[in-house]
Design a protein around this ligand. Structure first.
Ligand code: 6PG
Length: 248
């Protein structure tokens, strides 16, 4: 078995996953005065990473004033709701580091509808990128973090939904989530997520072993359809890896 695309790195546990992800992201932070854009993910898998980045050496050493933070998807709930992906990153990471508030690009969740929020976020991404069309020589993001659900979804791209076929829009509204929590979502589409120097999947826990078996067998899942202009890396804990594998 092997990944249809990308590279698989198996690590011992959630702590090792956080450390490895932090070091991979750090490697992209050069030169230090360059504008850097990271797209965060929701769910529990990135929580250890967010907590780690709020401690030394990252809190002091990272050039936070040049770092811009986006989200690959969010739940359409108030920002202080416990389901909010923005809220989780804010609580675990962003309120502990010296990042200017103007560098935090949350998905709006108080627009009239998820679709309207998607349009607003797309306009924000266009403004940040400086164009409405992607230039293959110039990605939007330096790093995009991703997760995978037990049904194979990634970001809020769920199996069987029309959003998987979207070829034009950068951001879309999702009225019906395919998996709990069943709240509407706003998600970036594949081609916006792909415009990155590195896409890093974080997969943690034995609850993910079956979906990782499908991923490695090359099943057609939302997560396996994801691609990146640059590196595509699956960082997986040993208990989520379907068979005994050597640990990086
Ligand atoms: C969301 C996420 C979603 C997540 C996966 C994995 O908002 O729900 O962005 O795509 O990454 O569901 O979540 P866990 O890490 O909690 O398993």
């Amino acid at each position: 078995m092997g990944l249809p695309r990308g590279k698989l790195i198996v690590v011992a546990n959630a702590d090792a996953m956080a450390r490895t992800a932090a070091e991979r992201i750090s490697a992209h932070l050069r030169p230090r005065d360059r504008r850097f854009a990271i797209c965060l993910t929701g769910g529990s898998s990135p929580e250890g990473l967010y907590e780690l980045l709020a401690t030394e050496p990252y809190r002091e050493a990272w050039p936070w004033k040049h770092i811009h933070v986006f989200w690959g998807d969010d739940r359409y709930v108030p920002q202080d709701d416990r389901l909010s992906n923005f809220g989780a990153a804010q609580r675990l990471l962003l309120e502990h580091v010296p990042i200017p508030s103007g560098n935090i690009h949350a998905i709006p969740t108080s627009a009239a509808s998820p679709e309207e929020a998607a349009r607003q976020y797309e306009a924000e991404l266009h403004r940040f990128y400086g164009a409405e069309r992607l230039d293959p020589a110039r990605p939007i993001f330096d790093v995009v973090l991703m997760g995978v659900g037990t049904d194979g979804h990634t970001a809020s791209l769920f199996p069987g939904q029309a959003t998987l076929e979207e070829k034009d829009r950068w951001v879309v509204g999702v009225t019906q989530a395919g998996l709990a929590p069943f709240v509407p979502r706003v998600t970036l589409t594949y081609h916006a997520l792909a415009a990155t120097r590195e896409m890093l999947f974080l997969v943690d826990g034995d609850g993910k072993r079956q979906v990782m078996r499908e991923v490695l067998a090359g099943a057609d899942l939302p997560a396996t359809r994801a691609h990146a202009w640059g590196n595509l890396v699956w960082l997986v804990t040993r208990d989520a890896a379907p068979e005994r594998r050597d640990v990086a």
